[in-house]
Design a protein around this ligand. Structure first.
Ligand code: COA
Length: 532
């Protein structure tokens, strides 16, 4: 039998404590996500409605097929920055006329929908996802363009937005712009570069320069409609392919455009799959509040994969990394999950071999992180931990099958890299509220800093102030702790969202379905030199 057994006891006090800690973190997360849902706040929302306009999430809801899910990406973008949570844009994956699409939508209630540096990062990440997975993209446009006070951060890198649109088009990935309002200056190139353009009558304003700028530049007198109204673009300039009566009509027309794309996924959808044998609700009780306490990742796997069925690979070798084969919503996956936290030489070599196998078989990989990194110490250095860790990093870097990463617990040091951290381009990366990620743990980092400072003082022959050292350590620990938390990391776009553990299977299922839009092909060779 390959159905996983579970040792999790929902009646135990540990389970109750883990669950309570996780629920508390989820409540904090809800509070922060609510800020993104509020958009620009009551005043601007009311003004927007008074103008007879739909809110950004209402537009998305009307665009999507009824009762289908929307996987929102990076909802906490800009968290902890000076800009509003959500970064004045909503991005995500949803189904339109039966086609999985990437959607980006400005929130015009947040500073006129203007793009700040975090909006740009969010838009870039959305493009990466759409491009890698070959998802048609739909852009719901209403924006004041660049956030002018932060133009120095966005003007030069921001040009890539337009390049991305045309590169998607060149790659045969359809792009659709729906213009609801302002889309001036640089924003005019969004419809300019999309394959299909829909504009809302008397609302869309698409011009390189508005009337005041034109007056300044050439002395010509003009008005919004003649310079860039939807009627003009539909009848005269030809920039608009469709003139929509109102917002609802625009969304209806967008659905028609998608239905005529003749879009076919590279892989057909699999047959409906058997759910896990164990209740996903129990995922709340798996991860201890204190990540130093180990937990068995098979308890997570058992609640995520089809029928809790898992064929473990090399279960007796390199036991601190669990590897094996399963299916998730009918899609085959190879799973790598940290067990005891530390990666040793055997674990690293096992990972490299497993990643190669997945590539030979065209099987996507799922990384479940709970690692404190590669093992340090004389014995391990002499045993070649560097070259073995390097093998794993080489394998992960040059692997061509799609990767999914979920930070369920710790994700520290080069272990974060070996387990396909953000810089290793997983197709999607999510964090549980229990996750923590940094170069090392806060205590260790503060301790290292203190040892270095003490040695430096000794080398200069200066006395060392132990009291100041204790205060410094406490301060550094606190800083690193707060910078390791998922909300902070999500705010910086280091993940695609912090998710409720109970939703893991659904979210990974949506991702697997979306990524099978593009061909899933592993690397048959093409790895770097494996140092043996
Ligand atoms: N950068 C920074 N802040 C901006 C902004 C921008 N590009 N566009 C709008 N805002 C701010 C406004 O100053 C205003 O702030 P306040 O309420 O604190 O005073 C808030 O966002 C809402 O703007 P408002 O003009 O009241 O909203 P609106 O819905 O009536 O009009 C626009 C929206 C986008 C049409 C209008 O704000 C505008 O024309 N903005 C400038 C557009 C532009 O030229 N951008 C440069 C392109 S590169």
């Amino acid at each position: 039998m390959t159905v996983l057994a579970s040792a999790l006891d929902p009646a135990s006090t540990e389970y109750a404590a883990h669950r309570e800690a996780m629920l508390a973190k989820l409540a904090e997360l809800d509070t922060e996500q609510a800020k993104a849902l509020e958009g620009g706040g009551e005043k601007y929302v009311a003004r927007h409605r008074d103008r007879g306009k739909l809110l950004v999430r209402e537009r998305i809801e009307l665009l999507l097929d009824p009762d289908t899910p929307f996987l929102e990406l990076s909802p906490l973008a800009a968290w902890g920055s000076e800009y509003p949570v959500g970064a004045s844009m909503v991005t995500g994956i949803g189904v339109v006329a039966g086609v999985e699409c990437l959607i980006t939508a400005n929130d015009p209630t947040v500073r006129g929908g203007a793009s700040n540096p975090w909006t740009l990062k969010k838009a870039f990440r959305a493009h990466e996802i759409g491009y890698a997975n070959r998802l048609p993209s739909i852009h719901l446009v209403e924006s004041g363009g660049a956030d002018l006070p932060s133009q120095k951060e966005i003007f030069i890198p921001g040009g890539a937005l337009f390049k991305h649109l045309t590169q998607s088009s060149a790659a045969g990935i359809p792009t659709i712009a729906v213009v609801f309002g302002n889309s001036t200056a640089g924003g005019a190139y969004v419809p300019g570069l999309c394959d299909h353009v829909i504009m809302v009558k008397e609302r869309a304003k698409v011009f390189l320069g508005g009337p005041p700028l034109v007056r300044m530049a050439t002395g010509e007198e003009s008005d919004d409609e003649s310079l860039g109204g939807a009627e003009m673009h539909a009848r005269t300039s030809g920039l608009a392919d469709h003139l929509a009566e109102d917002e609802r009509d625009a969304l209806r027309r967008t659905r028609r455009v998608v239905s005529r794309l003749n879009w076919r996924k590279a892989h057909p959808d699999p047959a409906p799959a058997e759910p896990p044998k164990y209740d996903p609700d129990e995922l709340l009780g798996v991860v201890p509040g204190d990540l130093r306490t180990p937990f068995d990742p098979r308890e997570v796997i058992a609640r995520v994969v089809d029928a809790s069925d898992f064929d473990e690979f090399k279960p007796l070798y390199g036991t601190s990394l669990v590897t094996g084969w399963a299916a998730l919503h009918g899609y085959p996956v190879g799973i790598l999950a940290n067990a005891q936290g530390v990666l040793f030489s055997a674990e690293s070599q096992k990972a490299a071999q497993f990643i190669q196998l997945a590539n030979q078989r065209d099987i996507p990989l799922l990384f479940l992180h709970n690692t404190t990194g590669y093992m340090v110490g004389k014995e391990y250095e002499q045993g070649g931990i560097i070259k073995h860790g390097a093998m794993m990093i080489n394998a992960v870097s040059n692997s061509k099958v799609p990767h999914l990463s979920v930070l369920v617990g710790a994700s520290y040091g080069a272990g974060h890299y070996g387990m396909c951290g953000r810089a290793y381009d997983p197709r999607f990366l999510f964090a549980w509220p229990s996750a923590k990620s940094a170069v090392m743990g806060p205590q260790q980092l503060a301790g290292v800093l203190s040892i270095v400072a003490r040695q430096s003082a000794a080398a200069k022959g200066r006395p060392y102030d132990d009291e100041a050292d204790a205060a410094l350590r406490a301060m550094v620990e606190q800083q690193i702790e707060s910078e390791s938390l998922p909300m902070f990391l999500s705010g910086r776009l280091y993940d695609d969202g912090v998710i409720d553990p109970r939703d893991t299977r659904t979210i990974l299922g949506i991702c697997l379905s979306a990524l099978h839009t593009a061909p899933v092909e592993g690397a048959r060779g093409g790895f770097g030199v494996f140092r043996m």
